[in-house]
Design a protein around this ligand. Structure first.
Ligand code: ZN
Length: 458
């Protein structure tokens, strides 16, 4: 559906809503443009961001100069790879110097946010609200249109950190442009999968917005009960990776399609699932997304690598080649009519799960540095091989002896009901690419205790 054909538009929209409608129109035109035009447009946007960063941020001025880039010269996409990867530790250590506020930037223009991942390093960034917010909302509408959702139908929301609500409606930006039908919200923290299924049976939502792990829990309970569930049109997911098995489960138990979105707290939407296929299209108008190997060289399609993002709207605190800590695989083109780059799969996200022998999943989000504070653990990777064996790789500031490795093995084994043998190895460095035989891959870059205490570890 083209935005111009949307029915039920209020005749007069406030300026912020007009801006979102205008941006949405631009995104719709951009998604079908020849890839060479998309790249040329990105190069212009990137050049603008780089020259802004060089002008207003001491950190970026030095980094851009060291890369031999003249911020006043026209920018070519190939120049991007001259800049080093920006790690989470870089952002933590240089937050003040990374700011690029022009004089006159008001407090309302800058939106601080902090990643609250269950693992890794808590990172505080500042988003440039005048650009970030309308782009975020336009990209939300884009996802809504790609997947042809009918907002007059019932929406159920089952996520963390919401207050339960009944008798509510679809919210902005969708409600600005379309008739907003009924919705209800339940928190995954306080409502069990059993209780949410009961509500689904009663209200029969056409759409359920939730996490893949919660979707699996709902499907497991429905199968256990053996009762036929009312059909769901789409499970709208985000935050965790979606496996082919989860998609198959949604189809089998609810007759539903999973429509997934890929985002991060720092940069907003990164990619939406293709309207036709299960892979993703990168939102190149908002972000430059690279997939690189251990030497920071681009991975060809089909090869798993580290995700680097450059937020084209990050004028308050530029994020250029920022390493998210995710692994992904680029794909070849798509036949759906959208010419945006294809992301074939996203793997190795922070919230991963081990699979127990009975098929249930258990979170791998535990931090061994907290269990063993004396070991000076700096990085951990846990792998589950298809035979079930768990392997724990550790990088630490001091040698870990046999007794220490045995304690770690007992600790991890105990968390998984001692269902699997656990091997523990200490490594000088840990690779996050290659070796894709394992099912689960869980990363703790640098341990932290609580968000507020993260800085104490640096
Ligand atoms: Zn497509």
């Amino acid at each position: 559906m083209q935005p111009g054909s949307m029915v039920g538009f209020p005749r007069f929209l406030p300026p912020d809503q007009l801006l979102v409608r205008d941006l949405l129109g631009q995104l719709r035109a951009f998604e079908a443009a020849p890839p060479a035009i998309q790249r040329a447009t990105q190069a212009v946007q990137l050049g603008s961001l780089v020259s802004h960063a060089a002008a207003w941020s001491p950190f970026w001025r030095a980094r851009i100069a060291a890369a031999g880039i003249d911020p006043r010269a026209p920018f070519g996409m190939e120049m991007l790879t001259r800049l080093p990867v920006l790690s989470r530790a870089d952002v933590q250590a240089n937050a003040a110097g990374m700011r690029a506020h022009v004089p006159g930037t008001g407090p309302g223009d800058v939106e601080p946010t902090s990643t609250s991942g269950s693992t890794g390093l808590a990172v505080r960034v500042e988003r440039f609200r005048p650009l970030y917010k309308p782009l975020y909302e336009a990209a939300s509408m884009l996802d809504h249109q790609w997947h042809q959702r009918d907002s007059r139908r019932m929406l159920g929301i089952y996520v963390r950190t919401v207050r339960d609500a009944d008798g509510t409606r679809w919210g902005p930006p969708i409600s600005w442009f379309e008739a907003a039908g009924p919705a209800f919200l339940r928190s995954t923290a306080t409502t069990s999968a059993e209780a949410f299924l009961d509500i689904m049976r009663e209200r029969q939502p056409a759409y359920v917005a939730t996490y893949p792990s919660a979707l699996r829990a709902l499907a497991a309970v429905a199968l256990e009960r053996g009762a036929t569930m009312p059909p769901v049109s789409q499970f709208i997911t985000s935050t965790e990776p979606v496996t082919a098995a989860t998609r198959a489960l949604a189809r089998r138990v609810f007759g539903a399609r999973v429509t997934d979105r890929y985002s991060c707290e720092e940069c907003g939407w990164l990619a939406h699932q293709c309207p036709v296929h299960d892979h993703y299209h990168v939102l190149s108008a908002n972000v430059v997304l690279e997939v690189v190997d251990d030497d920071s060289q681009p991975c060809p399609p089909g090869q798993i690598g580290r995700v680097l993002v450059t937020a084209l709207h990050s004028y308050a605190m530029p994020l250029i080649r920022y390493e998210l800590g995710d692994l992904a695989v680029l794909g070849d083109g798509c036949d759906c009519g959208i010419t945006l780059p294809v992301l074939a799969g996203i793997e190795g996200r922070e919230r991963e799960f081990f699979v127990l022998p009975d098929g249930t999943r258990r979170s791998a989000a535990f931090n061994l540095a907290l269990a063993e504070p004396g070991m000076d653990i700096l990085e951990q990777q846990m792998r589950q091989y298809s035979c079930g064996t768990i392997e724990v790789l550790l990088r630490a500031g001091r040698p870990i002896d046999d007794a220490g490795r045995a304690r770690i093995a007992r600790f991890v084994g105990g968390l998984l009901d001692n269902a699997f043998p656990v091997r523990v190895r200490q490594e000088a460095s840990i690779s996050w690419t290659g070796q894709r035989k394992h099912l689960a891959l869980h990363r703790v870059e640098r341990p932290y205790a609580e968000e507020g205490r993260a800085a104490a570890f640096l």
